[in-house]
Design a protein around this ligand. Structure first.
Ligand SMILES: [Zn+2]
Length: 364
């Protein structure tokens, strides 16, 4: 990793400034991508924006900024996007700030003050290195700066034809992946949450390895095809749509169960019954449960303190399995008839077991 400190004037950054909305923002004679697509939209409020202009106008220091040197020798703003856009917009006379009680746009300023602003020196760290080095470095910088999500950081590093092809599919407002799957997948494409989910599904969670392996692929067809297959499988397997289907980890279920033959009618009636079951507190988990049979996904309602106490008194503090006496805080509540066999979370179906017997029963 090479990190080089360079003084760059506001004038140089403002040169060639252009804001093309979702297509990005450029400056520094077209060489600087001020808002790479993995970055968020401009979110500074007026107060913070004006504070940047005041700082520059009064020649106070701004915190250092970080630019990434790309493979093509151009630059991307890693940290400092919002400050950069603030002074670029001001120099473009997009807004006014109050100076001595009067609103002043850049073109209203006396030439000497315009010059002072344009001559202001920014401290910029230029970062170049291997992908892994950059990613590690970004994580550290990101702690102090405007926060990026993990996938936004990865996109800053694993650039190439593969990512260029994947972004229009997964990373834009109303992109094809969103239109196809927004009833099943939660998150915001613009914050890269769809892309992240899709890569996680195709790679079984090993996102960075997948991105580095495919970085220079000519396209992201494999990723897109896999994503479509997962969604198609969900629709075929669970024939009745319910809002709880949004945000389920479908890719993992697809990986485990795509080759099994499912009785979709039986699945539907079981899902329906579980949706009506008061003891099921995680309705999203129903989809995982009917395939994996693991009760943890349902978060079955626990016994209340009152039910536990009633059972303890009924047993006079004696564990029915081993016949020993225990204080209540060394015992755990257990379904006499297991929940999976229709036993409910009620006082009548509650027994208190000692920790060891409860563990033994759970392991069966
Ligand atoms: Zn016991």
């Amino acid at each position: 990793m090479r990190i080089e400190l360079k003084e760059i004037s506001v004038r140089e950054v403002v040169a060639g400034y252009a804001d093309r909305a979702e297509e990005g923002v450029v400056g520094y004679g077209g060489l600087l991508d001020i808002r790479p697509k993995y970055q968020r939209e401009f979110v500074y409020d007026d107060k913070k924006r004006n504070a940047v202009i005041d700082t520059i106008r009064k020649d106070y220091p701004l915190n250092a900024m970080y630019w990434v040197v790309t493979e093509q020798g151009t630059y991307e703003v890693m940290d400092g996007q919002q400050r950069t856009i603030s002074f670029c917009r001001y120099a473009n006379s997009d807004f006014s700030v109050s100076i001595d009680g009067r609103p002043m746009a850049f073109h209203n300023l006396p030439t000497s003050l315009q010059k002072q602003i344009l001559d202001y020196k920014l401290m910029v760290y230029l970062c170049s290195g291997t992908d892994q080095e950059k990613l590690d470095w970004f994580r550290i910088v990101n702690i102090a700066g405007e926060r990026l999500l993990e996938q936004e950081l990865r996109n800053a590093v694993y650039t190439g034809r593969w990512l260029t092809h994947a972004k229009p599919i997964f990373s834009k407002t109303n992109c094809p992946a969103y239109l196809l799957a927004n009833k099943y997948v939660s998150g915001r494409p613009i914050r890269q949450e769809y892309l992240e989910r899709a890569i996680s599904w195709v790679s079984d969670g090993d996102i960075e390895h997948y991105m580095s392996t495919h970085q220079h692929d000519p396209n992201a067809d494999e990723l897109w095809t896999h994503f479509k297959e997962v969604v198609e499988w969900v629709k075929l397997t669970f024939t009745t749509y319910r809002k709880e289907m949004k945000g389920v980890d479908w890719g993992t279920l697809y990986r485990q169960f795509k080759d099994a033959a499912h009785d979709t009618e039986a699945l539907e009636s079981e899902v329906k019954a579980l949706m009506m079951d008061d003891d099921v507190t995680s309705r999203k988990g129903i989809y995982q449960y009917v395939l994996t049979r693991q009760e943890k996904y349902l978060s079955v309602r626990p016994f209340t303190d009152q039910m536990r106490r009633a059972a303890y008194e009924r047993q006079s503090g004696v564990c029915p399995k081993c016949g020993e006496h225990f204080p209540i805080d060394l015992m755990e509540a257990d379904h006499i008839t297991p929940w999976s066999r229709g036993g409910k979370t009620t006082a009548a179906n509650c027994q208190m077991l000692c920790l060891e017997d409860n563990r033994r029963k759970g392991a069966v």
